[in-house]
Design a protein around this ligand. Structure first.
Ligand SMILES: *[C@@H]1O[C@H](CO)[C@@H](O)[C@H](O)[C@H]1NC(C)=O
Ligand SMILES: *[C@@H]1O[C@H](CO)[C@@H](O)[C@H](O)[C@H]1NC(C)=O
Ligand SMILES: *[C@@H]1O[C@H](CO)[C@@H](O)[C@H](O)[C@H]1NC(C)=O
Ligand SMILES: *[C@@H]1O[C@H](CO)[C@@H](O)[C@H](O)[C@H]1NC(C)=O
Length: 775
């Protein structure tokens, strides 16, 4: 939140008092006991939602309307409508970061899943949707009990563009297609699939090109992101478009920053034209908290507050997180900067979502989810899914020997060392709630072995070596040593970007000294959202194993222990590139460019555009077994039918070395299907994550693309068994590239598919125009 006002605080206070009782919720509106409102059109469930919304807007006065444009929407008592707090959060579990949700009895806690960056590393669509379903069960239960809202400003789907970003932990990583699939799956889980009966309303944020918080004197409230059309189209917009088109999300949030000189919340090209007209958002657009106030007061984008209010609403903003629009919109209308019809347009979008949530259907217990209550929160099944998510998301980066998994027979005593060795709240990262309970790494490992616990460093900052001695002694005695190191919210967080990629303070020294002294094998477990340059440990033969646990959620310690001792088999893959620290020297965080500019010494960003040295690449992740892949079938030539209307009149053009606009191709059912046999030749049943990348035909200097992820498939293969995996690749969506004007095109010619790092296959795309199929 940037600014604040008396109005905002007063309404908030009233809200807290009303909600803290934790009793069953009164109807929000249209109380069946209220004979007056029962007969009003907006309360009649027999009418369409559109008719009900119009009826309601027709009854509202201007001063009432403007007070519905903000997150703490005011009550309209004369027609039986209560106040509503729109701001709740559920990034990876119901959270109390927004004022709409409180943990009070009988809802003292909620299931706390791993931070998103960890969950994404599972590459498992059905897991993401299952988590969304559990979170929305718990959210609905808490709403029914009067302690939470129904509008959740989650997920965060910004691309993790720069490894220093403090909020990278909240995101689904650096790949646009991965991020978009995550967004669509999680949103489906949260909202359910009945468009007219939303379970809860999700929100994809922060639109767009927002991925800098506070770096080198530049903060998000003042940053003007200079972004090319090419990068917008093939990187920054992709997860949002997929969230709207495939996830059918009920809301999008615009960000604090400017894009090419215009605040995103005041840009009609971004809001009205892109999100609403092109993508057909069925829902509302909300500002980040006090974005409108920020572009007026901090960015001085308009000279009066009324102009700021008018610009935002005319650009397509429907709801302000913050008081600004409630305070200034009526004056903007009086001054003629905005019409009442513009205000009505915003209300149509917010009220429609409230209707779809059932908020105007009277008695909340009559809703399909009206019977969810305290018994549905923190259930054993829900907590088990939190463990499952951590187990699937944790990534095995190194396993020399292989020494891992540890054995309960040979490794009876384990030295558990490090500032994160007994972590609890650190494991749930930011935008969390109050967890049902925790299993710390120390407790988890204690289930398998006798532990000798020494912190080594008091905290992750690890400013001195005072406690190294006892840690080194513990490692000398134990059969194995596990160091749980890394970061926490003091190093990377909202408003805190990192300055470097190394482990903080003396952590590296602690790892090296302990490893050198250890009697048994030493395993390093890293907790972090962003990547860490652990080249020293990768190269240290004494550190035989490395796990990246991300922020693994309430059950993180149990998952770490299950993986260490082989109860579970690691199958996670890195959703971001792990760069060496030196990478940063050529890369101001403020430079938004995705593509490398070799002559200027600019290395490019993410595995799609950067081909320099890495500590660990995007997609890296080992397992305890071994898989052999064979390509069972794949096409070698695929013709791309062109749109007859444009190319029908006769001219025999040679398309074979051109890149055709996606809008000129008949994309509908144009898929490439691969069949890959995956054989588990090891002795353990295991889950395998098959990644397929494509490399466009040579000579595409314009796209400057190294490769891109086109498919990921998750498959369970028992020991010594084989599974056939079918991979469908949508040609227009996935094999297309974007030119420097921001136009998406399909290059004709040889596309190379890289399957699971071991197989390569070429497919030739050939344009088929004028009924002539060249093949
Ligand atoms: C994906 O996750 C779901 C939910 O935990 C699980 O049931 C399923 O087995 C996972 N898929 C694979 C292939 O492991
Ligand atoms: C581990 O953390 C828990 C919870 O914070 C605490 O109760 C316990 O004493 C800690 N254990 C050790 C050995 O520090
Ligand atoms: C056909 O295309 C070629 C090459 O683009 C062009 O030179 C020629 O003028 C075109 N002919 C007609 C009839 O449009
Ligand atoms: C089309 O262009 C390609 C590459 O320049 C060439 O190999 C091919 O022979 C051409 N085909 C026709 C029909 O002109």
């Amino acid at each position: 939140m940037g600014g604040s006002s008396l109005l905002f605080s007063v309404v908030l206070l009233v809200l807290v008092v009303v909600l803290s009782s934790g009793e069953a919720r009164e109807p929000f509106a249209c109380d069946p006991k209220d004979g007056n409102t029962k007969k009003m059109g907006f309360c009649k469930v027999s009418l369409t939602i559109g008719e009900r919304v119009n009826d309601l807007i027709g009854r509202l006065r201007m001063e009432e309307k403007v007070r519905l444009l903000v997150n703490n929407a005011a009550a309209v008592p004369r027609i039986g409508i209560k106040g509503y707090e729109w701001w709740s959060e559920a990034l990876h579990g119901v959270s109390n970061v927004g004022p709409g949700t409180k943990f009070t009895p009988p809802f003292p806690a909620a299931t706390s899943f791993p931070q998103v960056i960890t969950t994404v590393a599972s590459f498992n669509l059905s897991l993401w949707e299952a988590i969304g379903r559990v979170v929305s069960d718990e959210a609905r239960a808490m709403y029914n009990g009067g302690t939470a809202g129904l509008t959740y400003w989650s997920p965060n789907v910004n691309i993790f563009r720069d490894p220093r970003w403090g909020r990278g932990q909240e995101t689904p990583g650096e790949d646009p297609v991965l991020a978009g699939r995550y967004a669509a799956s999680y949103v489906r889980g949260l909202q359910g699939t009945d468009a007219n009966r939303l379970k809860v309303a999700a929100c994809c944020k922060h639109f767009t090109a927002y991925d800098l918080d506070n770096w080198n004197g530049v903060d998000r409230f003042h940053f003007n992101a200079q972004v090319s059309k090419q990068d917008i189209e093939d990187t920054f917009d992709v997860p949002f478009r997929m969230c709207v088109n495939e996830g059918k999300v009920a809301s999008v949030m615009c960000s604090y920053n400017q894009v090419n000189g215009v605040p995103t919340c005041a840009d009609p090209n971004l809001l009205k034209k892109t999100i609403r007209a092109q993508w057909h958002l069925h829902g509302y657009i909300v500002s980040d908290c006090d974005s409108v106030g920020v572009f007026y007061s901090n960015q001085h984008y308009t000279s009066t507050p009324e102009e700021a209010a008018a610009d935002a609403i005319k650009a397509g903003l429907d709801l302000d997180c913050g008081p600004f629009l409630a305070v200034h919109t009526q004056d903007a209308v009086k001054k003629g900067l905005l019409s009442e019809a513009d205000v009505n347009g915003a209300l149509v979008n917010t009220l429609t979502v409230q209707m779809r949530l059932g908020m105007f259907d009277g008695e909340p217990s009559a809703h399909p989810y009206g019977n969810l209550g305290p018994k549905d929160v923190c259930t054993p099944a829900h907590q088990n899914l939190a463990l499952e998510a951590a187990t699937q998301g944790i990534v095995l980066l190194k396993n020399n020997g292989p020494v891992l998994p540890l054995s309960t027979h040979r490794h009876r005593t384990v030295a558990v060392i490090g500032p994160n060795s007994n972590a609890t709240v650190t494991m749930i990262g930011n935008y969390a709630g109050i967890a049902c309970g925790y299993t710390s790494p120390l407790q988890g490992i204690g289930r398998y072995a006798q532990v000798i616990h020494r912190v080594g460093c008091e905290n992750v900052a690890c400013g001195n070596e005072n406690q190294f001695g006892p840690a080194i002694n513990a490692a000398r005695q134990a059969d194995a040593t596990v160091l749980v190191m890394g970061l926490d919210q003091s190093i990377e967080a909202e408003t805190v970007d990192r300055v470097g990629l190394f482990l903080p303070g003396r952590q590296q020294d602690l790892v090296s000294k302990v490893a050198a002294a250890s009697k048994g094998p030493t395993i390093l477990v890293l907790m972090s959202g962003g990547p860490v340059d652990v080249t020293f440990a990768k190269n240290d033969p004494r550190v035989v194993g490395i796990f990246w646990a991300g922020y693994p959620g309430q059950a993180g310690g149990a998952a770490i222990a299950d993986l260490l001792f082989g109860k579970a088999n690691p199958g996670g893959k890195l959703p971001v590139t792990w760069y060496p620290h030196e990478y940063l020297t050529k890369l101001p965080m403020t430079n938004m460019g995705m593509r490398a500019r070799k002559k200027a010494g600019y290395p490019g960003r993410t595995y799609r555009f950067y081909n320099g040295p890495v500590v660990y690449p995007f997609g890296h992740g080992l397992t305890y077994t071994h898989f052999v892949h064979t390509l069972a079938s794949a096409p070698t030539v695929v013709s791309v039918p062109l749109n007859g209307h444009r190319h029908g009149h006769a001219n025999v053009t040679n398309f074979s070395n051109r890149a055709i606009r996606v809008t000129h191709a008949r994309c509908g059912k144009l898929f490439i299907t691969l069949q890959v046999d995956v054989k588990n030749v090891g002795s353990r049943d295991a889950t395998h994550t098959l990644l397929v990348f494509s490399v466009p035909p040579p000579g595409g200097a314009q796209w400057a693309l190294e490769k891109q992820l086109v498919a990921f498939e998750k498959v369970h293969v028992p020991a010594n068994a084989q599974q056939r995996v079918r991979v469908n690749i949508h040609v227009c969506k996935l094999l297309s590239v974007v030119d420097t004007s921001g136009i998406r095109r399909i290059p004709m010619g040889q596309h190379s598919l890289h399957i699971a790092d071991v197989l390569q296959h070429s497919v030739s795309l050939q344009a088929a125009a004028l009924g002539i199929i060249k093949s």
